[in-house]
Design a protein around this ligand. Structure first.
Ligand SMILES: [Zn+2]
Length: 462
């Protein structure tokens, strides 16, 4: 009984979730034709900002249903339309090809991502990520805002910007007594933090800390700051100098509940009640300030050489998000490779992972999308979709006029092809096409060649 009840809720949420995007899609379809109407970037924005979030709403409730064939079909139908419009491909384009060229992750995988992320944030073990290495790790969660002080009783945290630490500057900013320089470092995939305390122009004490490899530099910087404020509890006056402006800004912003920031603020508050003085400064990195250089060196040493249990091991949310994304791209790639469609696209974009990074930057033109999909005004394509009776080329009716013949073989474009090959110093053949596409200096002349050739063919086939 309970089971059927939860199934009902699952279905209801799902219907609700799909109703709105489907209608919006129909409206959009009318105003986003291939040759006019909304630009692909606008459609992408609508998709990313409206459609995806609507569908991903409460994804964790129905994520299990997203793997069912019927549900997947519905998700695919919505997504195919958007992906086709984002990449400006022909309407016959396969979902597999459209997603790759539009650089849009399959919706059912996005649903699973959203659900996984939600569960990770709620503290579910991360065993499904990174081959189980993160199974016993805890996510760095923001502190609950309820724990924060009432705004009226909060004191402002301020920091000043220092250009250097010569005697003149120190006098100008009334800097006397202890100076603690802090730094964090991520190097060769390892993370460390350090602080160096100076008095009267020389180092009197230093500390090094180790963080887990998945930690970010930002965490390392904040951790070093926290240890510096802790150290300040044993001194009357302390000046803390960090080169991480973002960490100091985070401290300043009382609405940010990063756990380390909350700890730092709390310690600073306690210090104030004990009438101890702590001043915070931002100092430009690598500007030749000895204390800062020293902290930097110590942090690097900590990262590379320390063999101790990590001082800080909370897994940053960004890392978890990244891992979840990597795993869904890998799943997407398997689906792309195994799919029976997108044969032409696979020649140009053999790998979903690389394609995903590439297509957004490359800004492929509609003509190039015709080339990459093989769906365009070519005799073979037109014949397949009953828009023409003969599939042969003008040069030889017995040779199929498909995209390969046009760009690689057709003698009609022999001269242009030869000139292109001379220019890029690479032979135009299937094995080289992905190299040509990914290389910026090859892609432009290749695109020019394709544009002329495809347009010429389309005009002849009219
Ligand atoms: Zn030909």
């Amino acid at each position: 009984m309970v089971k059927s009840g939860s199934k009902l809720i699952e279905t209801m949420v799902f219907i609700e979730v799909l109703y709105y995007p489907t209608n919006l899609y129909k409206l959009l379809a009318r105003s986003a034709k291939i040759s006019w109407g909304l630009s692909p970037e606008v459609i992408r924005t609508i998709y990313v900002a409206v459609i995806e979030p609507t569908i991903l709403y409460a994804a964790s409730v129905w994520a299990a249903a997203a793997s069912k064939i019927t549900v997947q079909k519905q998700l695919n139908a919505i997504q195919r339309g958007f992906a086709q419009k984002i990449c400006k491909g022909y309407r016959t384009i396969s979902l597999n090809a459209a997603l790759i060229i539009a650089g849009v992750l399959p919706l059912d995988l996005r649903v699973q991502e959203a659900a996984k992320f939600y569960e990770a944030k709620r503290g579910r073990p991360l065993e499904h990520l990174d081959g189980g290495d993160l199974a016993d790790r805890e996510i760095e969660e923001k502190e609950c805002f309820l724990k924060a002080l009432h705004p009226a009783s909060e004191e402002d945290i301020v920091f000043q910007c220092l250009e250097n630490t010569d005697p003149q500057t120190l006098e100008e900013y009334h800097i006397v007594g202890n100076m603690i320089f802090t730094d964090g470092s991520k190097i060769e995939g390892k993370v460390g933090a350090a602080l160096s305390r100076w008095l009267d122009g020389r180092e009197v004490e230093h500390k090094k800390f180790k963080l887990e490899p998945y930690c970010s530099v930002f965490q390392a910087e904040l951790y070093a700051l926290w240890r510096a404020v802790e150290m300040a509890t044993t001194h009357e006056v302390t000046n803390i100098l960090s080169d991480s402006r973002s960490s100091l800004e985070l401290l300043k912003n009382q609405r940010e509940f990063h756990p380390l920031a909350v700890k730092i603020r709390k310690t600073l508050r306690n210090l104030r009640t004990q009438n101890k003085t702590v001043k915070l400064f931002w100092i430009r990195a690598h500007a030749g300030v000895a204390g800062n250089e020293r902290a930097d060196e110590l942090a690097k040493e900590a990262a590379l050489k320390m063999k101790v249990k990590s001082h800080y091991d909370r897994c940053p949310i960004s890392f978890v998000k990244n891992k979840i994304r990597q795993s869904s791209i890998a799943q997407w790639d398997r689906r792309y490779q195994e799919g029976s469609t997108a044969e032409t696209t696979k020649v140009f974009l053999p790998d979903a992972k690389i394609a995903y990074r590439f297509v957004r930057k490359a800004r492929l033109t509609p003509t190039m999308v015709q080339v990459l999909t093989g769906h365009g005004g070519f005799a073979d394509y037109l014949c397949r979709f009953k828009l023409r009776t003969e599939a042969g080329c003008f040069c030889d009716p017995d040779i199929k006029q498909d995209i390969w013949h046009i760009i690689l073989d057709c003698p009609k474009f022999g001269k242009r092809r030869f000139e292109l090959e001379m220019q890029i110093n690479l032979q135009l053949k299937k094995e080289n096409l992905s190299t040509i596409l990914f290389d910026n200096s090859y892609r432009v002349p290749f695109t020019n060649f394709c544009t002329i050739v495809v347009k010429h063919i389309a005009a002849l086939n009219k």
